[in-house]
Design a protein around this ligand. Structure first.
Ligand code: CIR
Length: 255
């Protein structure tokens, strides 16, 4: 099996100017953000992941949320055309970085848009959030790229939060987890399970038992422990202020 690698991108000095859709702007501590980003990278490394830094785009405040630049499936990386025009310059260097890791590239073209944060993979099912940054053409093009690889590509509504993965992610056994008040259609997920905190909705699967998650969701971490998982909490307060979460800060490469 290929080694597990993760693309990451260090925060821009302009991070505090990042886009906001559902939250009010509050001051962001840029130095603390860099420290938190380093701790996030260290947590990946400690779990055996090799991190690959994508060259920064300092003129893009949201560049640190590198997950949004693509979706990977099998040996293919589909490069995003960001739903927010300000974020489109982020994609080019991320595409080069993932190609250098051995992935084939495909693109979503105008008028299509998608952000990687709107894509949740559960086995061969690929849920695509619709309503915010990812439009119908983006969905159709993703389906064209991914179905030949064996994926079932399913559209689900997203209106209450920025991205699909702001509302739901999945545990290693395929259970889709989310904070129910922010999930538009829990019934869209056959295995849905509610968690008690919004920030508890987001997990990065470090392996089959270890879950990287925000330190701001202690009750959900306790729930995951009772289910036999080991939570690995990280402080990401400065990114949460900009509607980011643990998933957005990396692209996990398992091919
Ligand atoms: C944005 O609005 O695009 C950024 N401030 C936050 C992006 C978070 N990314 C993600 O959830 N995948």
């Amino acid at each position: 099996m290929a080694t597990t690698r993760a693309l990451v991108r260090r925060p821009s000095p302009r991070l505090a100017e990042g886009l906001l859709t559902h939250l009010e702007r509050v001051p962001v501590d840029a130095d603390l953000a860099v420290r938190q980003w380093q701790q996030y990278v260290d947590a990946l490394t400690a779990a055996g992941w090799t991190t690959v830094e994508v060259p920064p785009v300092d003129e893009c405040p949201d560049g640190v949320f590198v997950e949004d630049t693509m979706v990977v499936y099998g040996d293919l990386a589909v490069i995003a055309r960001a739903g927010a025009t300000e974020r489109r310059p982020e994609a080019a260097a991320a595409a080069e970085a993932v190609e250098a890791q051995g992935y084939r590239l495909a693109y979503v073209d105008a008028p299509g848009t998608f952000d990687g944060g709107d894509i949740l993979k559960v086995g061969t099912t690929v849920y695509v959030g619709q309503g915010g940054r990812t439009n119908r053409s983006g969905f159709d093009q993703l389906r064209t790229h991914l179905e030949p690889l064996g994926a079932q590509v399913v559209a689900v509504p997203v209106r209450k939060v920025l991205h699909l993965k702001s509302a739901v992610t999945a545990l290693p056994d395929g259970t889709v987890i989310g904070y129910e008040p922010l999930v538009d259609d829990p019934a869209a997920f056959p295995t849905f399970r509610a968690v008690p905190e919004e920030a508890g909705s987001h997990v990065v699967l470090l392996d089959d038992t270890h879950l990287l998650m925000a330190a701001s969701a202690p009750r959900t971490a306790a729930l995951f422990t009772t289910l036999g998982y080991t939570p690995v909490p990280v402080d990401i307060t400065e990114f949460e202020k900009l509607e980011g979460c643990v998933t957005c800060l990396s692209v996990r490469l398992r091919h």
